[in-house]
Design a protein around this ligand. Sequence first.
Ligand SMILES: [Zn+2]
Length: 121
Amino acid sequence: MDLPTQNHLTTLRSLLTYRLHELESDINAAQVHDTAVSVEPSEVRDRQDEAVRAQTGEIDEAQERRDMEEIGLVKAALHRLDTGTYGGCLDCGADIGLQRLLVQPAASRCAACQAAREQSK
Ligand SMILES: [Zn+2]
């Protein structure tokens, strides 16, 4: 299994940093959107609008929660890069492997442990 070299770690760090900024601007945009909806004058709302808005609001909220979770994972991965523990599985300590990290830079477990964890949910 290939292990990440220093060059790979630099690439992975910029992937993670980029993703973090992307997620943070997503969340900022969602919050701006929330504010815009709440200051809208109430007389222009009719029932249909209300329903559509409520539906969209729910989707935004779920998306926002996923974004927040991913931010946590990305930040944790950046922290592991800083402390030199990046690339090891949190559960079994095995190397996660370069191929998996390039696909999922925020991965904190090897494929086997991640699968076991998802099954036990
Ligand atoms: Zn593992």
